[in-house]
Design a protein around this ligand. Structure first.
Ligand SMILES: *Cc1c(COP(=O)(O)O)cnc(C)c1O
Length: 392
């Protein structure tokens, strides 16, 4: 078996970015509104076009994008926002930041939103955030039908799902607003950064101003003069702008996206095929309408006790492979019971059961098939050792 690859390293920055970064550093022009055609403005145009959306606004993080989306929707204080209980802590945090109240929806063993629980909680909520966790897409047809009927706006948290499609449509373009992350472990890496997309003029104008387009800086966005003048001086400036260096790092990676998506899917499916058939592993399949862009794999450890699950993680670590069972690793930010900042304590038995068995392994898109085989082989080895050791 070949050597285990480095799974924790981020994607390196394409050489094409270096000349642009040098140019920017020499001019000192790091502020997005320093010139009319800054790399941030260009990135917004290119990203909107690539996704097939009318408008894009680049900001400092996906969390900032989610916060600005909630603000642009004009939700009043204490408005209820329905979101999956399986998500990253930054998502309920953005809701709290926007003075709203997170309501958690159950997720099933396939990591997707439990539609019965969604239907039950929706009527009481003023907005919905759908986190496509690790690219696992919930049934967007059912969700949009229910949300539209209830007249509740949907924000897509596609932070870690760039490149995934649902029935041929890009994830992030199905709800009213889509939010993405450029943090180092997402599909495009600028260290930190985010972007939101929408077709709605009123939402983008408000988000642009609130992101920090003070005075007449909104004129450096695709001109929607009337809508912008309507909001002039009427909104707070939260200053969540992206700086030009980050945009310069992202732009050449946008060209590589198709290739990364293809390799990510190939790698994921190759590992899934090897793991499938192991009596202790269940790899949930994608929904029929979903075409994923994974840079990691998740699977459930079946027919194992808590002790055996913990043993497996330790065993894999001793073989050099970092795995994590979301609900069994201390202080995991994706385990809802660790969100102690939430005032309304919520219990979600289905999601808790799933998190206690769902195992997460990074599979960077740069891996070769041989390296993927080394990862899969190590998982199977660690399981065999664990389960033949007869730990109770
Ligand atoms: C990473 C991530 C976020 C937060 O993105 P930042 O850019 O770090 O704020 C939100 N939601 C999900 C599902 C994520 O994976």
């Amino acid at each position: 078996m070949s050597k285990l690859p480095n799974l924790t390293a981020a994607e390196s920055i394409p050489d094409a970015a270096l000349a642009e970064v040098t140019r920017i550093l020499q001019t000192g022009d790091l502020f997005r509104y320093g010139s009319d055609q800054s790399p941030v403005t260009l990135l917004e145009a290119e990203f909107a076009q690539a996704l097939g959306s009318r408008f894009a606004l680049a900001v400092s993080s996906c969390s900032a994008a989610l916060f600005l989306s909630l603000k642009a929707l004009g939700l009043p204080r204490d408005a209820k926002v329905l979101l999956p209980a399986f998500t990253f802590a930054a998502v309920p945090s953005a809701v709290v930041h926007a003075d709203c109240v997170p309501v958690l929806c159950e997720c099933g063993s396939n990591y997707r939103i439990d539609l019965d629980d969604f239907a039950q909680k929706l009527p009481d909520c003023d907005a919905v955030i759908i986190s496509h966790m690790r690219g696992h897409t919930s049934d967007m047809d059912a969700i949009m039908t229910m949300a539209n009927a209830a007249n509740v706006p949907v924000i897509e948290d596609a932070a870690h799902s760039l490149g995934t499609t649902w029935a041929g449509r890009n994830i992030g373009t199905i709800g009213k607003i889509g939010c993405f992350s450029f943090q180092s472990y997402k599909m495009l890496n600028s260290g930190e950064g985010g972007i939101l997309i929408t077709n709605d003029e009123d939402l983008i104008a408000q988000a642009v101003i609130m992101s920090g387009a003070y005075e007449h800086n909104w004129k450096k966005h695709p001109v929607l003069g009337k809508v912008f003048t309507k909001w002039q001086n009427r909104l707070p400036l939260y200053n969540m702008r992206l700086n030009t260096l980050s945009a310069a790092l992202i732009r050449p990676q946008l060209d590589a996206l198709t290739q990364r998506v293809k390799r990510g899917r190939r790698n994921h499916d190759h590992v899934a095929r090897i793991l499938d058939g192991c009596p202790w592993i269940d790899v949930p399949t994608a929904l029929p309408a979903e075409s994923r862009a994974p840079d990691s794999i998740q699977f459930n450890l079946d027919n194992m006790t808590d002790t055996q699950v913990d043993c497996f993680v330790d065993q894999a670590a001793s073989l050099g492979l970092k795995t994590e069972v979301f609900g069994r690793s201390a202080d995991n930010a994706r385990a809802f019971w660790n969100w102690k900042f939430l005032k309304n304590n919520q219990e979600l038995p289905k999601t808790r059961a799933m998190l206690s068995r769902a195992c997460d392994v990074r599979l960077p898109t740069r891996l070769t098939l041989k390296e993927c085989e080394a990862v899969a082989g190590t998982i199977l080895n660690a399981l065999t050792v664990t389960m033949t050791a007869r730990v109770a």
